[in-house]
Design a protein around this ligand. Structure first.
Ligand code: PEP
Length: 259
C-alpha cells in the first residue's frame, strides 16, 4: 500500500483578529471531500486552538504548533498533550525551525534531545506527530551531503522511537529547508526530491526498511498552488506543510494538486 499524502497549514502567529478565523477555517472546507485520498491538518496559533478546534469539517485535524515534554502542572506558557487529548485533538506539530531558533530568535533553542522527549510523550498519549526538520542556508550552500548531515543530526535522537513505532503513519517528517520558509524561494522539485530520497535512504539504513517505506515526508517552504503540482509529482514527496498560503483559499488548491 502506498503512502497517503498529507498536507498541513501552519498559521503561525496569525491572524491578528479573531474575527478573521471563520474565513480561515472556511478555506479548509473544500479539503474535506478528499480526506480519503489526502490527510489534512491545520496548526492554529496557541491562543486560537481553543476557538477553532471544533469548527473544521470532520476529519480535518487540528494540530497545535508545540507541546511541553511531560504533562499538566507548573509549566507556565506551555500546552500539555494531556490537554490536547481532552479536547479531542489527534495531532501535534513540534520542532518548527522558528522554535528551534534557526532564525536566531531570542527564544531558547529547542534541542534535538528535547524533540525526542516531546515525540515520545505525544505518541504515548495516542496522538500523531508532525516532526519538523531542515537546514539553514549556509548548510545548503555546502551541498547535499552537508544538508543531509544537518537533517540527520535532527533525526538521530528519534531513531529508537521510530523503530518501536508500529503504525509508521503516526509520525510525519516535515522537511522544511529554513531558507525556503516564508521567503518565496522554493526548493526545486529535483532539489526537494533528492533530499527526501536521501533522508528515506538514511532511515532505511538507520531505522529499518519498513519505516523508510511507510513514513511520510512532507515538503515545506513557500509551497503554493503553482509549485505544488510539480513538487507533488516527485516520488518521495508525500505532501506539504504550508505556511503563508494556508491563510488563503489557495490552500485547497494545494491539496487538489496532490489528490
Ligand atoms: C512553514 O511555516 O512551515 C512554512 C513552510 O511557511 P511558508 O509556506 O510560508 O514558507
Amino acid at each position: 500500500m502506498g503512502r497517503k499524502p498529507i498536507v498541513g497549514g501552519n498559521w503561525k502567529c496569525n491572524p491578528a483578529e479573531k474575527a478573521k478565523l471563520p474565513e480561515l477555517v472556511a478555506n479548509f472546507a473544500p479539503c474535506a471531500a478528499t480526506l480519503d485520498k489526502c490527510d489534512v491538518y491545520v496548526c492554529p496559533s496557541n491562543l486560537h486552538v481553543g476557538l477553532v478546534y471544533d469548527k473544521f469539517e470532520p476529519g480535518i485535524m487540528v494540530a497545535p504548533q508545540n507541546c511541553n515534554f511531560t504533562g499538566c502542572g507548573a509549566y507556565t506558557g506551555e500546552m500539555a498533550v494531556d490537554q490536547m487529548v481532552d479536547l479531542g485533538l489527534k495531532c501535534c506539530l513540534i520542532g518548527h525551525s522558528e522554535r528551534r531558533g534557526e532564525f536566531g530568535l531570542p527564544t531558547p533553542k529547542e534541542s534535538n534531545e528535547l524533540m525526542a522527549t516531546k515525540l515520545a510523550y505525544i505518541l504515548e498519549k495516542g496522538l500523531m506527530c508532525i516532526f519538523c526538520i531542515g537546514e539553514p542556508l549556509p548548510v545548503r550552500e555546502k551541498g547535499l551531503e552537508a544538508t543531509i548531515a544537518e537533517c540527520v543530526n535532527q533525526l538521530k535522537d528519534i531513531v529508537p522511537i521510530l523503530k518501536a513505532l508500529e503504525d509508521k503513519s503516526r509520525v510525519v517528517i516535515a522537511y522544511e529547508p529554513v531558507w525556503a520558509i516564508g521567503t518565496g524561494v522554493t526548493a526545486t522539485p529535483e532539489q526537494a526530491q533528492e533530499t527526501h530520497k536521501a533522508l528515506r535512504e538514511w532511515i532505511a539504513a538507520n531505522v529499518d526498511q519498513k519505516t523508510a517505506d511507510e513514513i511520510r515526508i512532507q515538503y515545506g517552504g513557500s509551497a503554493n498552488a503553482k509549485n505544488a503540482p510539480d513538487l507533488s509529482a516527485m516520488p518521495d514527496i508525500d505532501g506539504f506543510l504550508v505556511g503563508g498560503a494556508s491563510l488563503k483559499p489557495e490552500f485547497a488548491d494545494i491539496v487538489k494538486a496532490i489528490v
